[in-house]
Each structure stands twice: as structure tokens, then as C-alpha cells.
Design a protein around this ligand. Structure first.
Ligand code: ADP
Ligand code: MG
Length: 695
């Protein structure tokens, strides 16, 4: 019919999209031009006003304009591009850790440049790290607010502008108007704009648009164009949950009654008494397992509350009936820890376990797969266990650990394995992420929720202090002193960029430095790029207290359990988000020993970073921390690679949109029987079925 580019076309038709970019976009769920239109700015910046460099202070987020004085590649630990920008009032260094040849060429001496970013006080005066920048334009050209898009490694803001510009052009010209999926009555009643109008407004607001205020931490901020899309997105999620729920209800499962003998034997070998909260949730789970409908239960409990033992008790009835249990964890390290724990506790009961990860290869893999196909009782592995071609003989229960950051939704759609004779396995999902009530109603519709709201007795709250990097030596002294007294400590290295390689290098440097300074203390290193065998050997040695100080990357973030370790130092703590800090700190305070956590930071601290460290010092309560986190994060925080797997909402914000979230179940009623619209909404916001299932 026409060669005109269309919204349904692949992003490949756009200028600037090569295979690399296409891959990056795909990670964010963007495959077609239309998908790009639904990738909306998270905030806007008014870049019509520049600030004199001489007036800039650390912490300011500003636009400056000047001429490039010089541009050098500096090799320190790693290569860095440093550009000096000057105006009549002063000069400023722009630092880039990632850069390419074309960039070096374009940032040459004499070029007039605008740079936007946060001012920091560096060793040699003011600087901006990875600012966004462009060559200066005429004043008239800058008539709209500059949108800032959520991004991922390797896609710069300039690319988002370029891509959205092309997509918007197609939107304006494509005659096959983007389908309006919200009922007209709803739009009218709520006074919301139509889809096309809303998209144009959100991608390119006028300079005086109210949208300029969206970046403020204002929970009451609302704009009809944004609300319209938020409602649409929330509806899509809600409807997909309802659909899964309906499917679920039609499914049959085998009922597994309690096996008191086996349970008693298990409890007798436990070195502690279960808490009341643990007992309560175990009863809830056991009741579910004894029904002929697949359990879909979310077990929530703060770090260290003892979810693992609940998992162990849950699997007993299934195993007693001769059915299999699969236990999955998100990281290799955590999965290995489960492997050891379950092997150790189940063996005395005569229950066999098998370990499978993508790194189990060759003959060992064949053997493992063979055992699984032949009905070995318990299989432990990483999440990939459920996606690979693993054939179970008869799977009765799937346990998924540490499904935090709201990834639960996708997990629900996980294609149940080993559906045998029309029976589906039960599912138990464990998370340390507290679930806000409003979210539970929408994103978790159809999930039963159990909460462990009590920590095992004898735990003392972790004392947390924030200390300036300049006093690093003192911190090292203090750690050394404690280690000499027989205590054990973690030293966690973190980096801004989500690169496992760089993080590993930083950890190696730190380990080397600490070993040199403290030759009498047994120090070891663990990071994500080490061989699994090396990693587990080190973790075992640490658990056996042969290693006193463990230098680690954030690989230890989830689930690692070494109760004797009672000290933690988090390097560059200002760079981490609250939930990550809380997860990390949860590695200590697990035994009866008094524990502490040192947050080492590099000043000057931005406002948000300061607020984060403050709340960490003030409380150990995961729920309060999660609430504060929502408040501080604002909408659609930049999506690091770490988060994309669990990416939930593209636009909706749990704190800001609480009121809208509450309306959704009711709004959905009108759409429930409209299968066509429901399909289209789910496809638009959650992507095609396959991506949805595998996310
Ligand atoms: P999480 O909920 O974070 O996964 P774990 O299951 O790893 O927590 O448990 C944390 C620690 O608490 C483990 O060392 C575990 O043995 C211990 N633990 C669990 N339940 C109890 C209990 N009722 N009393 C004492 N210690 C317990
Ligand atoms: Mg755990």
C-alpha cells in the first residue's frame, strides 16, 4: 500500500539504530516505533537558562555554556576524557569515563558547547561527571522543555531525543492513528486527553508547560496527559493479572497433605525454635498445598527473618508424596548457598538434592538432568533452571527466592514446568521487599500474601554510622582491631556504573590495599566474575571463620547468610539506592553478636544521598526504608541493567500514583469482558506473551 514508515515498523527503520542500539532498546522492551512512543520521559529540564560558571556551586544541577579550552585523555586507573570548558566567569572540567572516538573528535578545542549536569567539587576545582551536552544552538531553537528519558547502559540522552523525534514525526504522519484503547466515556468523565495528544504533549512539552514540575519530589503532582497514560498502564497490568488469575483458577493441582512424621524429624534437628510468625506462615502454606488448586503465594519478610527454613518445611509434604520440588534463586552465589543448606538439612531425612546451574556442564550436567528426569526429590539452581530445557518427572512445588524489586508479576507467568496429567505445580515466591498496600491490590491481584513480621529472638539492631572517606584509615584500623578479636567483617565495594568488570576491579584494588596494610589478617576477595568453584571455596572458608575480612562486590547483596559476620563497611555508600543498602546491611546482624555497619561516603553529598544515609542511620525497619525509598526515588528512576529484569512500570509511580492505583480495579470492570481491548492493552504495555513470560 505504502512505503511510508509506520508505527508498527521495527525500530531498525530509524536513523541511528544499528544492531547494538536495537539490542539495547530491546532490553527495555522497545522493538517497534510505537514502543518507542510509550517510552516516556521521566522528567524535564528547562535548558533555556544558562548559568555563569563562576556562580556554580557543588550540588547545583545547571546548564552552562562556554568554549572548550582543551580536551585530554587522562589515564589514571582507567582512561578518562577530561574536557575543560570556560566562559567569561570561570572554568569547569567535564569528565567522561565512557567515550568513543567520534566524541573525542567533536569535543575539540574552540568548540562552543552547552553542558548540563550536577556540579561537583573535584580535587582541581569544579567538575561535572558525564554531563549531557550539545553544541550550542541559536536561542530561538530551544523553545521546548528538554525531556529526560529513563535509559540503560550505552544509550545516551541525545539518542533518545533523536529517536523520539523520528517516532513523533511518524506519529504525526501515520494515518492509521494509534488505537485509542481507553473507553471514550472514561476519558470524558475524567477529563483526560486522547492518546495521540497526550503522547505529543509528554514527549515535547511547551516551555511553559506544567510538566516542568514533574521532576520535583512532589507526591501531588498530576498532569492530565501523564495521568491518562498512567491509568492505561495500570489497567494493562491489572487486566493481565486478572487474566493470569482466571487461568490459575481453572487449573488443577495435586493436594499434598501434611506428613507429621517427616515434619517432626525435621523440627527435631533444628537448632532453634520457630518464631510465631514463621509458624503462622507455614500453616498458611501447608493449607494451600493441601488444596487441589495450585498455590500462588508470596512470602514476604524482612532480611534475616528466616524465610529459608519456611521453604524447607514447605517442601516436606510434597517430597513425602513422592513429588519433586524446584528451588530457584536469582544469583549463583545465593543458589549455591541454598544448595549447601538444603543438602545439609535434608540429607539426614533421606531426601536427595541435585544442583543445576548454567555452569554445570558436560557429564555433570547430563547426570543432573538424568536425575531430574528420574524424579530426584529436590532440585536447586538459578532462575535459568526454569527456562532451560529441564524435564522433571513430576514437579509438585516451585520455590522462588528473593524475587525483590517487584519482579513478581513477571514471575507469575513463568511457564510452569512438569505439568503432568493435567496437574500444575504449586508456587511459593519469597521476597524481602515489603509490599505497599496499594500495590498489593493491583500488581499482586491473585496472589495470596503471607508476611513474617517478626525477627528471631536475640537479634540486636545493626548500629549504622556514616563516615567521610577522609577517615578511611580510622575505619580500617577499627575493622582490623575487631578482626584481631576474632570477629568477621565484610568490605563491600560499589561503583556508579553497572559494570561487573569495573566493580570487580575496584574490589581487587581494595583487597590488595587492605592486604598490604593488614598483613596479619586473613583477607579474601569475592566478586561476580570469579569461577563458581573459587567463589564457593571462599564463602565456605568465610563461613568457617578461616577468613576474617571478606572484600566483596554487591554480589553478596541478596541472601548471603554468615551469622558470625558482624561488621560491614560499604564503600561509596552514597552511590547506592536505599533498598540495595538495606539488603547489603541485612548480611550482618544475623547472629547474637552486636553488629555495626559503616557507610563510607565521599562528600559533598547531594540532597537525596544525604536523606538516604540519614534514614539508614535512623532505622533498621525494612518497611520504613521501603516507604522512604519510594518517596525519594521519584518516578522512573534511571533503569540500570540490574533493574531491567524486574522492570515493572514504565511510567506509573507507586507513591505519586497511589490514588490512581486505587481506582484501577473499578475502572477495569468495564473492560473485563472486552477481550479485544484487553489483549491490545496488555500487548502495548507488557509486550508480547513470550517476553512477558521470560522477563
Ligand atoms: P532470610 O529471610 O533473609 O532469607 P534466612 O532464612 O537466611 O533469612 O535466616 C537468617 C538467619 O536466621 C539464618 O542463620 C537462620 O538459620 C536463622 N534463623 C531462622 N529462623 C530462626 C529462628 N526461629 N530462631 C533463630 N534463628 C533463626
Ligand atoms: Mg534469604
Amino acid at each position: 500500500m505504502t512505503d511510508q514508515p509506520q508505527l508498527s515498523d521495527s525500530v531498525r527503520i530509524l536513523r541511528g539504530v544499528g544492531p547494538g542500539m536495537q539490542e539495547g532498546l530491546k532490553k527495555l522492551g522497545i522493538e517497534s516505533v510505537a514502543d518507542l512512543l510509550f517510552h516516556l520521559p521521566m522528567r524535564y529540564e528547562d535548558r533555556s537558562q544558562t548559568k555563569s560558571i563562576g556562580d556554580c556551586r557543588p550540588g547545583d544541577r545547571v546548564l552552562v555554556e562556554g568554549f572548550i579550552q582543551n580536551s585530554n585523555i587522562v589515564r589514571h586507573r582507567r582512561a578518562m576524557l577530561v574536557v575543560t570548558l570556560s566562559d567569561d566567569t570561570g572554568s569547569l572540567s567535564l569528565r567522561f569515563f565512557n567515550f568513543h572516538a567520534a566524541q573525542i573528535r567533536s569535543l575539540s578545542r574552540g568548540v562552543k558547547l552547552q553542558a548540563f549536569g550536577e556540579i561537583r567539587g573535584g580535587a582541581r576545582g569544579l567538575e561535572m561527571i558525564h554531563p549531557s551536552y550539545q553544541k550550542s544552538k541559536n536561542a530561538e531553537e530551544e523553545a521546548s522543555l528538554t525531556p529526560i528519558y529513563p535509559s540503560t547502559e550505552g544509550i545516551r540522552q541525545a539518542s533518545w531525543i533523536n529517536l523520539s523525534e523520528q517516532a513523533l514525526k511518524i506519529l504525526r504522519e501515520d494515518t492509521s492513528v494509534l488505537t485509542e484503547l481507553l473507553p471514550a466515556a472514561l476519558l470524558l468523565r475524567q477529563q483526560l486527553p486522547e492518546l495521540k495528544t497526550a503522547l505529543l504533549m509528554l514527549h515535547r512539552p511547551d516551555i511553559d508547560s506544567e510538566l516542568a514540575n514533574m521532576n520535583r519530589m512532589d507526591e501531588n503532582f498530576h498532569h492530565p496527559a501523564r495521568d491518562r497514560l498512567v491509568i492505561e498502564e495500570l489497567l494493562a497490568h491489572h487486566l493481565s493479572m486478572r487474566r493470569i488469575q482466571q487461568q490459575q483458577q481453572r487449573r488443577k493441582a495435586l493436594a499434598f497433605p501434611l506428613n507429621p512424621t517427616l515434619e517432626d524429624r525435621f523440627l527435631q534437628q533444628l537448632p532453634f525454635q520457630l518464631t510465631r510468625a514463621q509458624q503462622r506462615v507455614i500453616t498458611e502454606i501447608q493449607q494451600d498445598l493441601n488444596r487441589q488448586q495450585p498455590m500462588m503465594r508470596l512470602l514476604q519478610g524482612d532480611v534475616g527473618c528466616g524465610k529459608t527454613v519456611v521453604a524447607a518445611l514447605s517442601l516436606l509434604p510434597v517430597v513425602a508424596a513422592g513429588y519433586q520440588v524446584a528451588i530457584t534463586a536469582p544469583t549463583e552465589l545465593l543458589a549455591e548457598q541454598h544448595r549447601d543448606y538444603f543438602a545439609q538439612t535434608l540429607k539426614p531425612l533421606g531426601i536427595d538434592t541435585v544442583w543445576l546451574s548454567s555452569r554445570v556442564t558436560g557429564k555433570a550436567r547430563e547426570q543432573a538432568l538424568h536425575a531430574i528426569a528420574n524424579g530426584v526429590a529436590v532440585v536447586i539452581g538459578t532462575h535459568s533452571l526454569m527456562q532451560k530445557t529441564v524435564e522433571f518427572k513430576q514437579l509438585g512445588l516451585v520455590i522462588i527466592d528473593e524475587q525483590h524489586r517487584f519482579g513478581v508479576h513477571q514471575r507469575l507467568a513463568l511457564r510452569e514446568k512438569g505439568q503432568a496429567g493435567g496437574h500444575w505445580p504449586h508456587q511459593l515466591i519469597m521476597t524481602a521487599t515489603p509490599i505497599p498496600r496499594t500495590l498489593a491490590m493491583t500488581a499482586y491481584a491473585g496472589l495470596q500474601i503471607s508476611v513474617i513480621d517478626e525477627l528471631p529472638p536475640g537479634r540486636t539492631a545493626v548500629t549504622t554510622v556514616a563516615i567521610d572517606q577522609q577517615r578511611r584509615e580510622q575505619v580500617i584500623e577499627r575493622i582490623a582491631f575487631a578482626c584481631r578479636e576474632g570477629r568477621q567483617a565484610y568490605w563491600v565495594c560499589t561503583l556508579i556504573e553497572e559494570s561487573e568488570l569495573l566493580e570487580a576491579q575496584a574490589a581487587e584494588d581494595t583487597a590488595r590495599q587492605l592486604s598490604a596494610e593488614l598483613p596479619d589478617i586473613n583477607i579474601a576477595l569475592v566478586h561476580g566474575r570469579m569461577k563458581p568453584a573459587e567463589k564457593s571455596a571462599i564463602m565456605t572458608a568465610f563461613r568457617n571463620a578461616e577468613i576474617k575480612l571478606l572484600v566483596a562486590t554487591t554480589v553478596i547483596e541478596v541472601g548471603v547468610d554468615v551469622p558470625n559476620a558482624s561488621l560491614m563497611v560499604i564503600d561509596n555508600a552514597e552511590r547506592l539506592g536505599l533498598s540495595q543498602l538495606h539488603q547489603l546491611r541485612g548480611r550482618v546482624g544475623r547472629g547474637s553478636e552486636k553488629s555495626s555497619c559503616v557507610l563510607l561516603f565521599k562528600p559533598p553529598l547531594g540532597e537525596t544521598a544525604r536523606a538516604r544515609l540519614d534514614i539508614m542511620r535512623a532505622t533498621n525497619d525494612g518497611f520504613r526504608i521501603a516507604e522512604k525509598d519510594l518517596e525519594l526515588r521519584g518516578p522512573g528512576e534511571v533503569l540500570g541493567t540490574r533493574q531491567t529484569g524486574a522492570l515493572q512500570f514504565r511510567l506509573a509511580d507507586l507513591a505519586r500514583d497511589a490514588a490512581l492505583i486505587q481506582q484501577v480495579p473499578q475502572l477495569a470492570e468495564a473492560l473485563l469482558n472486552d477481550h479485544h481491548r484487553t489483549d491490545a492493552l496488555i500487548a502495548r504495555w507488557l509486550g508480547n506473551a513470550e517476553r512477558y513470560a521470560e522477563a
